[in-house]
Design a protein around this ligand. Sequence first.
Ligand SMILES: Nc1ncnc2c1ncn2[C@@H]1O[C@H](COP(=O)(O)OP(=O)(O)OP(=O)(O)O)[C@@H](O)[C@H]1O
Ligand SMILES: [Mg+2]
Length: 199
Amino acid sequence: MGRSGSGKSSLLKLGGGLLQPTAGSVSVAGTRIDDLGEKARALVRRGPVGFIFQGLNLIGNLSVTDNLDVAGHIRGRRYTTAEKTAALEAVGMAAMGSRLVEDLSGGEAQRVAIARSLMSKPTIVFADEPTGALDSTNAANVTSLFKDVVTTGSAVVVATHDPVVAATTSRVVFLSDGRIVGELSSPSAEEIARRVIAL
Ligand SMILES: Nc1ncnc2c1ncn2[C@@H]1O[C@H](COP(=O)(O)OP(=O)(O)OP(=O)(O)O)[C@@H](O)[C@H]1O
Ligand SMILES: [Mg+2]
């Protein structure tokens, strides 16, 4: 958490191998990634690292299930209908598989992006404002989905402005001007809100 411009997206992009640091090093799940070439970093993104973007990165003129197939293709996998249905069910989008992404609402598209990212069962998922476009019910669905992912042994790192979302995690790290300025362990939404106001 941190104010706009504090460095949340930058941190997640560095971890996801989408941005190269100008100084220092980046290690993810025990592997140093900043000294890898572009090809090797692309493999990291297709394998152990999942990324849910602020700007989605879905293909608008393809259907929801076609977008999942494209993601599978990039990873060299052919997802079964059952796998796709299960992923869409988890985000409450099972009935919309044949809809074009460009016809979805922002929140619906966000849920498709989350389903797509989790299908590859990544070791670590970086999610940038994953509930930013969602109403409170769908936001709660997404955070409970993340909790399920965590119980399977994966880690989820979320950038959020929402104290209620942050309160569903085990650790909240606060950023200010690109630096870590504090951290709370399993805090309540009230504690988080107080801390955010003081940043
Ligand atoms: N590639 C880059 N090179 C240099 N500066 C950058 C780069 N990307 C972002 N910045 C700057 O770094 C700062 C942090 O940006 P970042 O996008 O990480 O903020 P954020 O915490 O995600 O904000 P928001 O809540 O608005 O999404 C900003 O001042 C931004 O302009
Ligand atoms: Mg951001």
